[in-house]
Design a protein around this ligand. Sequence first.
Ligand SMILES: [Mg+2]
Length: 307
Amino acid sequence: MAPRPILLIDDDRLQHQLVKKIISRFRTGPWEFDGALDFSAGLKKLVSGRHAVCLLDYRLGKDDGLELLRAARVAGCTVPVVVLTADDSVEVEDAAMEAGAMDFLVKREIDGRVLERSIRYARKLGETLERLNQLATRDGLTGLLNRREFERILEEEWQRSVRFERPFTLLLVDIDHFKQVNDTHGHQVGDEVLRHVASLLAGQLRSVDRVARYGGEEFAVIMVESGCGAAMERLQRICALLEDMPCVVGEKELVVTVTLSAGVAEMNASLPNAAHLITLADKALYAAKDAGRNRIVAAQHGRRASS
Ligand SMILES: [Mg+2]
């Protein structure tokens, strides 16, 4: 695979020529160079995520380089960024680090060695942060979001939904009789079943939806811009798919068939908070279990909550 290019965002064309020349002489390499001369072109390239590292000018013509960096971070961009500046001030250095830069270089001090080392450290640090972030937010077995991250996202989604009056629906999904799978076939098979259901859920939902491993054999899903009915329909299709594609484990191709029960609750501004939505979905899930499992039950909203 070709190495990903180094991106320079700088309004000074001479700087582009200089950096391009320096990069061509890097000991590690060869590196490809990519450049942008202004804020909007730079931001677009940076958030594309296809660069190994970005060198970002602090004074981007009339624009502020750090603002570009903040905008990229808000958009979820994790490409490591080294800020380049003409003036050597502690305030600028602090502001750059605060905005999410991995390093800070004064332009007149840049030579091949300094730049190559800075880029190498920025990438290393970027990779480490990325790994730490994965560990902190993902479930190790399934790769789905973990519970803590899901609850953080649910809170965000709640605020967004209240502010913009957009609907979303929360689903709690549980594998029926999962303990029997473990007891009959062992935990390794149980783990395979968890991964199978997880990948089916993640694969069948839209990329804007969020899915987490919420507990042992329980999954939580946020379907954005969806009311209860649409969310139930989509989950119904996933349940049908699971019936057609049971989990097949190991060389002996052991077929393990499982079904799902789910509780579904639509966001409603009359509810006090996101935690209450979880409670509603959880109650609906218990109702689904009570009614014989392998079914989806919608939460009973509201008025009772006020009594
Ligand atoms: Mg400049």
